[in-house]
Design a protein around this ligand. Structure first.
Ligand SMILES: Cc1cc2nc3c(=O)[nH]c(=O)nc-3n(C[C@H](O)[C@H](O)[C@H](O)COP(=O)(O)O)c2cc1C
Length: 198
């Protein structure tokens, strides 16, 4: 059975537009879903965590925020390495991904575990078992993925997933500054998702 990692970033719970689109994607994908809510409490990378990553601070010496960050990193790295498919729902915040999603990537992207440098000096993604990443995003006015000069969402997210080795990254998008305006765009995105996943 495929393993799906569902990462969700909107703190708006049942009022979230991106969550509506993610629910639609997940309803079309068979598999076991592991859910990771990044809307709260993603630890920032700490000084001693970096020392630990490079072999200078043994796990047993870590305490408090350092230990919490390393434990979180171990958990999210294990989740991404177990996933065949990743579904990410995230609104655009201030022209890009929410800081919580970037903080999650800062923990997930770990040298020697999700990426490495080859002997020839090339970056190699080690999460290359991920065959498909489906990102669903919403925004109030800036349409991501349409080459808008203020879209720092599409390129950054796509590059980060490609960096860790994901084979295909697809983004579905709906824009509108209130529930009434965004509703028809959500329906269009749902149809695009159906077409993509059929
Ligand atoms: C902190 C914050 C920053 C935002 N920044 C942008 C932005 O840069 N561009 C934009 O078009 N919409 C922006 N929005 C609007 C959200 O992207 C939009 O309301 C989106 O549908 C929210 O997704 P959700 O319903 O899944 O939470 C922002 C909203 C918030 C709360």
């Amino acid at each position: 059975m495929p393993n799906i990692l569902y990462v969700h970033a909107s703190p708006r719970a049942e009022r979230s537009h991106s969550q509506v689109l993610a629910d639609h994607v997940l309803s079309k994908l068979p598999g076991k879903v592991t859910s990771r809510d990044v809307s709260k409490s993603v630890p920032f990378v700490t000084d001693n965590q970096i020392s630990h990553m490079y072999g200078f601070a043994p796990y047993g010496t870590l305490k408090g925020a350092d230990k919490d960050a390393v434990d979180y990193q171990d958990a999210v790295v294990a989740e991404i390495l177990a996933a065949d498919t990743v579904v990410l729902s995230a609104p655009m915040w201030n022209l890009g991904m929410p800081a919580s999603v970037k903080a999650w990537f800062d923990q997930v992207i770990r040298v020697g575990q999700t990426w490495k440098m080859s002997d020839e000096g090339k970056y190699v993604g080690l999460a290359s078992q991920i065959t498909r990443v489906v990102i669903v995003g919403t925004s109030g006015g800036i349409p991501a993925g349409a080459g808008h000069p203020w879209d720092f969402y599409t390129g950054h997210l796509t590059a980060l997933f490609q960096f860790i080795g994901a084979k295909e990254v697809k983004i579905f998008w709906a824009t509108g500054n209130n529930a009434e305006v965004i509703a028809p765009h959500i329906e269009v995105a749902k149809k695009q998702i159906d077409e993509y996943l059929k």
